[in-house]
Design a protein around this ligand. Structure first.
Ligand SMILES: C[S@@+](CC[C@H](N)C(=O)[O-])C[C@H]1O[C@@H](n2cnc3c(N)ncnc32)[C@H](O)[C@@H]1O
Length: 414
């Protein structure tokens, strides 16, 4: 579907650009505005028109990168191919966008060639058209193309703004913390209770990966006694910076103590003292050994596999598209070693959630989607838990699941 949309958008955009640029070129020649200029001045205008064109193209390249990240579609099908291929073969966070921009710009440069051929061909074929006329036509076509690229970029950015906010440009870690983690809300009462129980089945004294942890630590405290090390991964460096501030005891770092207290209660301490809460915070700080930028869209977000991966509210909260969600889940669960444990949570049948007044996408999944995603490789248990937060957050229940990856069969391991 995303390829079809991209192919149609590419065809429409190519024809529209052609029409726009050719009309602008013809208009500038016919108007005679540059008629009185000497040949060298016309060359200077042509060079300047390329700079204007590059500026217009820059706006469109940025918007195209955001469009690819948010929807997997593009107005240039080669750009989409470059983006998808780079994502498959590299883990560097910005690389797919750079590849998409290079492919897009390259195609636009190649599209210039027919204009040169037409302009200079016409100048060679008839004495009524001079090479200066040809250069004036090209300068006009460039200006038309600049306006077109700029307009398409603004249109794309406007479409994305209306649809969903983007993690790259709109995500505010601090705002997320104040909107969702000023108190322990019903979804987290359920999630932390579940997590504490599920982690009892984790292999002890091995590193545990939290994938898509965001700027949060409320799920992490439950792993402190089980894990030899805790690795925290997220797509956004700004989220990891927020985590580092807590590890470094920055005075204005988020206060997670109510969540630590609740975690200890779930573990069986009926009334945890301040000292016990501090002890768990200190242990967690000691166990956090890695903060890693990880992209769930990459087929192998990291080379390491783990005996336990915990990924609550990540894949489902990163896209509104069910097939993208499946792909993210495949990539995240791919980090669980055979026999290892995967623990997850997701908003249940929810299409968006808000942070700082901006809407972020949710994949609208049900328990049957989660089961279908996990069952090919895992033995899983899934619960739907009602939280009654429709008014506050727009979702009324959450999915909670833990799953054991099946050992490789003899045939698979060969
Ligand atoms: C709703 S937040 C959840 C954060 C945390 N797990 C929690 O329970 O509060 C969704 C997180 O997914 C992360 N995310 C979005 N796209 C991602 C991607 N492609 N790869 C990894 N993480 C991603 C975002 O940066 C954000 O931190």
């Amino acid at each position: 579907m995303r390829w079809t949309v991209s192919v149609v958008a590419t065809a429409a955009s190519t024809y529209a650009l052609d029409l726009f640029a050719a009309a602008a070129g013809a208009l500038v020649v016919a108007s005679g505005v540059l008629g009185g200029l000497s040949h060298s001045w016309v060359v200077a205008v042509l060079v300047a028109s390329y700079l204007v064109w590059a500026l217009g193209l820059r706006t469109n390249l940025r918007a195209n990168g955001a469009l690819l990240a948010a929807t997997g579609t593009s107005t240039n099908v080669l750009s989409k191919a470059a983006y998808d291929l780079t994502r498959r073969f590299t883990r560097r966070a910005g690389a797919p966008r750079v590849a998409a921009a290079v492919a897009y710009a390259g195609t636009e440069v190649v599209k210039e060639l027919p204009y040169y051929a037409a302009a200079f061909g016409a100048a060679a074929a008839t004495s009524a058209i001079t090479t200066t006329d040809a250069l004036v036509f090209l300068a006009g076509a460039n200006l038309g193309a600049a306006v077109y690229e700029y307009g398409l970029g603004r249109l794309t950015a406007g479409f994305l703004r209306r649809r969903f906010a983007s993690f790259e440009t709109d995500w505010q870690p601090r705002r997320y913390l104040t909107d969702y983690y000023s108190a322990v809300e019903p979804d987290e009462l359920a999630t932390i209770t579940y997590l504490v129980a599920a982690l009892r089945e984790a292999e002890r004294d091995r590193p545990i990966l939290f994938f898509g942890v965001g700027p949060t630590l409320h799920h992490v405290f439950a792993a402190a006694e089980v894990a030899s090390e805790i690795h925290l991964g997220d797509y956004l460096p700004a989220n990891l910076t927020e985590l580092q501030r807590w590890v470094d005891r920055a005075p204005d770092a988020h206060d997670w103590r109510p969540f630590v207290r609740y975690t200890l209660r779930c573990e069986g301490i009926s009334d945890p003292t301040d000292a016990e809460v501090t002890l768990r915070e200190d242990l967690t700080r000691k166990k956090i050994t890695e903060l890693i930028v990880l992209d769930a869209r990459s087929e192998h977000p990291t080379d390491v596999v783990y005996s336990t991966v915990v990924s609550p509210y990540c894949a489902d909260s990163a896209t509104d598209n069910l097939s993208t969600w499946r792909e993210l889940m495949r990539n995240i669960t791919g980090l669980v070693e055979p026999g290892g444990l995967f623990i997850t949570a997701a908003l249940h049948r929810c299409t968006f959630y808000s942070v700082g007044g901006r809407r972020f996408p949710s994949a609208n999944i049900g328990s049957e989607d989660l089961r279908a995603a996990l069952e090919p490789d895992f033995d899983c248990a899934i619960e739907v838990c009602s939280t009654g937060q429709e008014t506050a957050h727009g979702y009324g229940s959450v999915l909670l699941a833990h799953a054991r990856r099946r050992e490789l069969s003899h045939a698979q391991s060969r």
